[in-house]
Ligand binder design. Structure first.
Ligand code: NAD
Ligand code: UD1
Length: 344
């Protein structure tokens, strides 16, 4: 029996993606045997060699789709999973408006197949990648887990629907132990610079866009509106270091004990930063000024969005440790060492 086969086993769907790859590193280092299920729709095989370089452990990877029930059944027959950490899905809010059915298919149908396979195989512990997007256009900041829910696009709707399926499932069967982790804005990278976010095409999100300007792939940072009711007029968000985020998952795994039921937890720092503050911090990290131009607002954007992380602190014994300077420094190290991402 190999070393890994003696360890507790966890299924990580989407474990080759940005957040999932950091989770796999953390799980291997915390004494777990993560088994990745990924359909490679947004994942480069190179990521797994990089993880192995960090941890010294090979990654068990199964190529397959969460929408494929027979693939899921084979997987659950082959391994005895303690629990599932479910990252797999599509995540671009703008794209979801153009291709809503892909989002309902991958995110909602896919999650439904996974939950059904889990129920059938008596594996009823799940950590789900939700998003602060489930707070819709909430006005009252900071956001607590009890803030009103809503969706402003099909992506947000898909997260709300999966949350609801899980709440209903846990209400009907008290063996289920589910953590709905509502991520704010994950950024940064592992401090080795070996793994990080590698978006295909032009990035939608601020940090990857700024990083690609810094490395010379894009000409200028576009500030999407400077007339918001915020201190400097640009949008304010709760950026959270990806390593803090995945540590939050380990803490959530630890509270999935009998009687937990289904519970949502915010994963944010509680501190908002504006677009201009992020750009300035990145300029410090990369040691050069970045060309910046203010353009029109992006449709669907809110002025500000930040968490009240108090409930997660209290219940999970977790709080984010890494500040904005570390987020941008680590993001820059990854981008500088891998100007074209994993295909560098
Ligand atoms: P990502 O695209 O980097 O990773 C997702 C992974 O899932 C990829 O490796 C992709 O190949 C895989 N995948 C997609 N559809 C699949 C399917 N049907 N079957 C099997 N594998 C599939 O995204 P990420 O940034 O790592 O996000 C992970 C999760 O966290 C997503 O559910 C996303 O909605 C959620 N989330 C992300 C953010 C963020 O800013 N990154 C914020 C909030 C929530
Ligand atoms: C986006 C998604 C949201 C998702 C979240 C985390 C949209 C409409 N929303 O939200 O569903 O949960 O990411 O992944 O896509 N900005 C710029 N220039 C850019 C890019 C962004 O100024 O090139 C600004 C935005 O207006 C915003 C801030 O930077 O104020 C952060 O934007 P982004 O990284 O896209 O995250 P969110 O808007 O929070």
């Amino acid at each position: 029996m190999s070393h890994q086969q003696q360890l507790p086993t966890v299924l990580v769907t989407g474990g080759g993606g940005y957040l999932g790859s950091h989770m796999v590193v953390m799980l291997q280092q915390a004494g777990w045997h993560p088994v990745v299920l990924d359909n490679f729709s947004n994942c480069q095989p190179e990521v797994f060699s990089r993880i192995e370089r960090i941890t010294g452990e090979p990654v068990t990877v199964v190529e397959g789709d969460i929408r494929d029930a027979s693939c899921l059944n084979r997987l659950f027959d082959s391994y005895s999973f303690e629990l599932v950490v479910h990252f797999a899905g599509l995540k671009a809010a703008g794209e979801s408006v153009q291709q809503p059915l892909s989002y309902y298919d991958n995110n909602v149908s896919g999650s439904l197949q996974l939950i059904q396979a889990m129920a059938y195989h008596q594996c009823k512990r799940l950590v789900f990648s939700s998003s602060a997007t489930v707070y819709g256009a909430a006005k009252q900041m900071p956001l607590t887990e009890n803030s009103p829910l809503g969706a402003v696009n099909p992506y947000g709707q898909s997260k709300l629907m999966v949350e609801q399926m899980l709440r209903d499932t846990a209400a009907a069967d008290d063996e289920w132990q589910v953590a709905l982790l509502r991520y704010f804005n994950p950024v940064g990278a592992h401090d080795s610079g070996l793994i990080g976010e590698d978006p295909g095409g032009v990035p939608n999100n601020l940090l990857p866009f700024v990083a690609q300007v810094a490395v010379g792939r894009l000409p200028e940072v576009q500030v999407l509106g400077d007339d918001y009711p915020t201190p400097d007029g640009t949008g304010v968000r709760d950026y959270i270091h990806v390593m803090d985020l995945v540590e939050g998952h380990l803490k959530a795994m630890a509270v999935l004990t009998p009687g937990h039921g289904c519970q949502a937890y915010n994963l944010g720092t509680g501190q908002g930063y504006s677009v201009l503050e992020v750009v300035r911090a990145f300029e410090q990290a990369c040691g050069k000024p970045l060309p910046t131009r203010v353009v029109a607002r992006r449709e669907g954007d809110v002025a500000q969005c930040f968490a009240d992380p108090g409930f997660s602190q209290q219940q999970l014994g977790w709080r984010a440790q890494r500040d904005l300077a570390q987020m941008v420094t680590d993001h820059w190290r990854w981008q500088q060492q891998n100007p074209q991402g994993y295909s560098s």
